[in-house]
Unconditional design. Structure first.
Length: 74
């Protein structure tokens, strides 16, 4: 056995395996719609976060069954 370190030849890139969205237009459209819906949900969530930060008071408490009493801002 040699104590020298030999470099690994990783210059060979594996061939691209086509996904379902690459070959099927229906799958492509469905994936595009899923991404658009997720971006929309992200925008709605951001707006709700801004709304709750501005308009929800820190003195309002609610009861969450596992966590107990928490402020509504949490």
């Amino acid at each position: 056995m040699s104590n020298e370190i030999t470099p690994i030849d990783d210059s060979v890139v594996p061939a691209h395996a086509p996904r379902a969205t690459d070959v099927n237009p229906v799958s492509e459209k469905r994936a595009e719609q899923q991404v658009a819906i997720l971006f929309g949900l992200s925008g709605v969530g951001s707006l709700l976060l801004i709304y709750s930060y501005i308009f929800v008071k820190d003195t309002v408490f609610i009861f969450i069954p596992i966590m107990g009493n928490r402020t509504l801002s949490n």
